[in-house]
Design a binder for this molecule. Structure first.
Ligand code: DAH
Length: 354
C-alpha cells in the first residue's frame, strides 16, 4: 500500500513536471507565466498538494520523495524564472519598437521663479557698495526702543517720534520703523583702531500706516553709514550721486535740500533729476524735473557719543533709502501694494531670464 503511494507520488511529480515544463515553454506573456507559477508552486499549487500528501508516507520514504519533490520544484522554479526573464525582455523590445521618441519636439516649459523685483533693487545696491569695500549688516526686525529711537538721538517723548508711527510690542520692544538702528548697533561694536566703518543694512521695516497706493505697513529700507576721520559732505554727495547713477542711469544728477532728521546734522533730502524727461518736467516728476529719493546727513555728534565714538576725532555720513520707492520710480509701478500681493503676472515682468 505504502509502496503504491510512493509510486503514485513520484509518478505524479514527474507528470506535474512534464506538464509544467510544457506550459512554461508555451507561455506567450508574463501574465501566463505567472499563472503557471501559481498553479504549480503557489499555496494551492499542484506541487504543494503533492508535498502535503507526503504525510501518509513512512518515515523512511518521506525524505526520498521529499528530496525528489524539492528537485522538481527547483527545476520548475528555475525554468519559470528563465522564461519570465525572456518574456520581460520581449515585452520591453516590443514597447521600444512601438513607442518612438521625437527628440526634435520642443520641451514643455518648466515654471521657474525669478528674484522679486525688490530683491533685485537691493542686490544692485549691495553690489555697488560691496565693490567699494562696505560691509552688509543685518539687524533684528523686532527691535528695542533703545536702538530704534534712543541711540539715534530720539529720547522718549521726543516730538520727532511722531514722524514714524510705530507698532509697539511692549513698552521696550517694537517692530523697527527704520533700518537706522543697525547703524547704532554696528557703531557700538566697531573697532576703529582697525579702520573706518563703512556699512549698509538692507531690510524690512514697519509703520502703523493704513495701506494705500503709496503706503504699506511693511516696506524696505537700505541704511548706509560711513564713520572715519575727515569725512565731509562732499563724500556724502559723491556716494549719493553714485547710487542715483547706478539705479536710475548714468546721466542722472542729484541735488540736496535742507531737511531734518534727529540723527543727522545737517540733514538733507536728496532729489534725482527726472529719468523720464531728463529734467524738463513731466508727470513723473510732477513738472519739477526732480524726484525726491532719499534722506541723508552728517551723523549727529550725540549719536556718535552714545555709541562710544569720540565726535572730536570721528565723524561721518548716513543715508536711508527706500527700495520700494526706487522700484516704483524705475519701473513705473503706481501702487506699492503690488510688491506684496505676489501676483505671478506682476512678478514675472521682472524676470531676469530675458
Ligand atoms: N531712517 C530715516 C527714515 O526712515 C531715513 C534716513 C534719513 C536714514 C537720514 C538716515 C539718514 O540714515 O541719515 O525716514
Amino acid at each position: 500500500m505504502k509502496g503504491k503511494i510512493k509510486m503514485n507520488l513520484k509518478e505524479r511529480l514527474e507528470e506535474i513536471k512534464q506538464k509544467g515544463l510544457e506550459e512554461i515553454r508555451h507561455a506567450q506573456d508574463v501574465k501566463t507565466i505567472n499563472d503557471v507559477r501559481v498553479n504549480l508552486l503557489g499555496k494551492k499549487g499542484s506541487i504543494t498538494e503533492v508535498l502535503r500528501g507526503m504525510r501518509d508516507l513512512s518515515a523512511e520514504e518521506r525524505p526520498k520523495v521529499g528530496s525528489f519533490a524539492n528537485t522538481i520544484r527547483d527545476e520548475l522554479t528555475q525554468a519559470i524564472a528563465q522564461k519570465n526573464e525572456e518574456l520581460e525582455a520581449l515585452k520591453l523590445a516590443k514597447r521600444l519598437e512601438s513607442e518612438t521618441l521625437d527628440v526634435t519636439l520642443p520641451a514643455s516649459p518648466v515654471a521657474t521663479g525669478t528674484p522679486h523685483v525688490l530683491v533685485q533693487v537691493i542686490d544692485e545696491i549691495e553690489k555697488l557698495f560691496l565693490g567699494m569695500g562696505f560691509q552688509v549688516v543685518d539687524g533684528p526686525e523686532i527691535e528695542e526702543d533703545h536702538y530704534n529711537f534712543e541711540m539715534l538721538n530720539l529720547p522718549p517723548d521726543h516730538p520727532a517720534r511722531d514722524m514714524q508711527d510705530t507698532f509697539y510690542i511692549t513698552n521696550q520692544l517694537l517692530m523697527r520703523t527704520q533700518t537706522s538702528p543697525v547703524q547704532a548697533r554696528t557703531m557700538e561694536v566697531h573697532d576703529f583702531s582697525k579702520g573706518p566703518l563703512k556699512m549698509i543694512s538692507p531690510g524690512k521695516v514697519y509703520r502703523r500706516d493704513t495701506d494705500d497706493a503709496t503706503h504699506s505697513h511693511q516696506f524696505h529700507q537700505v541704511e548706509g553709514l560711513v564713520i572715519d576721520k575727515n569725512i565731509t559732505m562732499g563724500d556724502l554727495k559723491g556716494t549719493l550721486e553714485l547710487i542715483a547713477k547706478t539705479v536710475f542711469g548714468q546721466n542722472r544728477e542729484i541735488r540736496l535740500r535742507p531737511s531734518y532728521f534727529p540723527f543727522t546734522e545737517p540733514s538733507v533730502e536728496v532729489d534725482v533729476s527726472c529719468f523720464k524727461c531728463g529734467g524738463t518736467g513731466c508727470s513723473v516728476c510732477k513738472g519739477t524735473g526732480w524726484i525726491e529719493v532719499l534722506g541723508a546727513g552728517m551723523v549727529h555728534p550725540n549719536v556718535l557719543k552714545m555709541a562710544g565714538v569720540d565726535p572730536e576725532i570721528y565723524g561721518g555720513f548716513a543715508f536711508g533709502l527706500g527700495p520700494d520707492r526706487f522700484a516704483m520710480l524705475k519701473y513705473g509701478v503706481d501702487d506699492i501694494r503690488e510688491f506684496y500681493l505676489n501676483d505671478v503676472r506682476f512678478l514675472q515682468q521682472f524676470s531676469q531670464k530675458g
